[in-house]
Design a protein around this ligand. Structure first.
Ligand code: ATP
Ligand code: MG
Length: 376
């Protein structure tokens, strides 16, 4: 359905508003004069209206009498003076109101100029800034320019997110297509090719599914569609549970748990578990087989916290500020061919920040990494 554009009313000029106010004020003065004149008229004819005997007499026997009365009392001059006073009053009031409304008119002009300048702004042109030339609007211009910069940043981030996501999905699709072609040509009869292709297609579609689930999580989070199911829980209990579960799934590493005291917290337990699993998955992925992975529940300055520590490849100092960026993977992890898209920690960050928490990272190359999550 076509959107109905709101019709803009033609602005009424301040001059015409001032004139209308002046006119109505003049009209009020005129009414006062009329009332005064009527009272004066009554007072002046009263003595001639009643004679000595107390009877009412006609004041004017003819038009001439009335004319003489007007000349005698100078009523014509009085009316003219009153008329001039009313006229001058209208002019005076109009000018006074106009002067008072002038700042409003200037503001209206500035607003129109601002609107025209905003209309010209484009989300793509980085260097474009809002400039109206009005000193009074400098604060507003700065605010709009800051808003534009933030909008451009978020626009750029969204565009990069879509392009990175498409790029990540292209690889598994290409692999699946390659194996499908291989099967089509030679695989139907060759059992070895058949098996290899089925394995590869299964593995690629698994990683594609994982990637799509990660993308959906972040997209839902960005659009505010993920709600937290907040309950009270014991961090120690949850960490113990996740530690046991990880030890069962991953037998290539040794899992340890430390933390005997209960650490009460409140939050969405399933999301907290998801964030912990992301940290454990990284610890396992970037730690050589046989290495140790240690989970802890603790209190940090009175705040509930937990940490995941590994004895793996470590993260270089220059990579640490970027590891929570979407699709960021350090060169080391790429060259290690561990697989992954670089979205795990972005998801963990979203979860932790939604709980009002933050991360603390200590890492040494080839010694290991400890990531602590401090909740609210
Ligand atoms: N425990 C760790 N040891 C060494 N490097 C790590 C560790 N945790 C994270 N990193 C680095 O941070 C990067 C980002 O981690 P993240 O979990 O976001 O992505 P990923 O593990 O590469 O892929 P995904 O989690 O999406 O499968 C990793 O690629 C790796 O370079
Ligand atoms: Mg990961």
């Amino acid at each position: 359905m076509a959107k109905k554009r709101r019709r803009r009313e033609k602005p009424v000029s301040t001059g015409s508003i001032a004139f209308r106010i002046g006119l109505s004020s003049g009209f009020s003065l005129l009414l006062i004069f009329i009332v005064l004149d009527v009272v004066l008229f009554c007072i002046s004819i009263l003595p001639s209206l009643i004679d000595e005997t107390g009877n009412i007499q006609p004041v004017f026997n003819n038009y001439n009498d009335f004319y003489i009365f007007i000349r005698e009392w100078n009523i014509d001059i009085l009316l003219r003076v009153e008329g001039i006073i009313v006229l001058l009053w209208v002019i005076f009031e109009t000018l006074k109101v106009r002067a008072r409304l002038r700042p409003l008119e200037d503001f209206g002009d500035a607003a129109l100029k601002l609107e025209a300048a905003i209309d010209k702004l484009s989300p793509d042109e980085e260097d474009q800034k809002l400039e109206t030339g009005y000193a009074e609007l400098a604060g507003l211009e700065t605010a709009v320019n800051k808003l534009m910069t933030r909008m451009r940043d978020s626009y750029r981030q969204q565009a990069r997110f879509v392009s990175d996501a498409s790029h990540e999905l292209r690889t598994p699709i290409a692999v699946i297509k390659g194996y499908a072609d291989l099967l089509d040509r030679w695989g139907k009869t060759d059992e070895k090719i058949l098996e290899e292709s089925i394995e590869a297609i299964k593995s690629e579609s698994d990683s594609m599914q994982h990637l799509v689930e990660q993308l959906l999580f972040l997209a839902r989070g960005d659009s505010g569609r993920t709600t937290l199911n907040v309950t009270d829980f014991d961090v120690t209990e949850v960490m113990k549970e996740v530690c046991e579960e990880s030890a069962m799934i991953d037998q290539a590493h040794t899992y340890l748990f430390e933390g005997e005291e209960p650490v009460p917290a409140s939050g969405d337990v399933s999301l907290i578990k998801q964030a912990t699993r992301i940290l454990i998955e990284n610890a396992s992925k970037y730690t050589p087989e046989g290495g140790e992975i240690k989970l802890r529940s603790l209190n940090v300055n009175g705040h509930p916290a937990f940490s995941v520590q590994d004895s793996g490849i470590g993260i270089s100092e220059s990579d640490i500020p970027h590891i929570f960026d979407r699709f960021y993977r350090s060169d080391d992890s790429r060259s290690k061919q561990t697989g992954g898209s670089g979205l795990g920690l972005a998801i963990a960050k979203w979860i932790v920040e939604r709980h009002g928490g933050h991360f603390e990272i200590i890492s040494r190359k080839d010694i290991g990494t400890r990531i602590t999550v401090v909740l609210f």
